[in-house]
Write a new protein. Sequence first.
Length: 257
Amino acid sequence: MTDQQQFAVVFVGLLFLGMLACLEWGRYLGRRAKVSAASKPGLGVIEAAMFALLGLLVAFTFSGAALRFEDRRHFIVEEANDIGTAYLRLDLLPADAQPELRELFRRYVDSRLQMYREINNRDQARRDFTSSQQLQNEIWRKSVVAANRTGNQAPSMLLLPALNAMINITTTRYAATEDHPPFVIFAMLAVIAMASAAMAGFEMGADVARSWLHFLGYALILSISVYVILDLEYPRRGLIRVDNFDHYLVAVRNSMK
């Protein structure tokens, strides 16, 4: 289990227990106060506002996480297309320059795949990223030299822009792995969830019997929702993953005969 998975499990577990505690505490206060929204209309307004804020926050964090998840999958396909396009355009270079560059491309794609296999190890991922950058520089330098030897503009106009796109997408993808909302957003979500649980418990104080179905159901459903949001934010570390989209890069690598 990665550090992010451990954090998600601990965070959601504490949230679940905290909500149960707040439900029980709110119920205790409700029994002592012996009031409800029916007898105090102002309480209903506050509770409605709190639950609306909770729903809005869950919706925005979930939609943001889902959007970033889709972007990461899109970037994998985009990189596979960029590499495939640049590799095909090596045909524009002199025949004697192509074998070395094609071998560099194979090593480059291998390094890109290796980086994302080791993405959970941040130090190793940074080393793999540095290795990919070194290969990028070598591919670019040798391609420029070979393009200048041709005596025409086709390689410079077609190959070099494709190489530039191939290089740029690597930074975009690496930045996407670090694109997450500030932790204070999740802290605020947890605080509002527990506050809403306390208010729900307060309303239940009018009942003599405790409804464990409502207690456990409310805390469990909201905790699972928060876990899914966290899982979407780290799609190479949890249950929801983008690894299956790596087959596009693998297909490009297999096509490099």
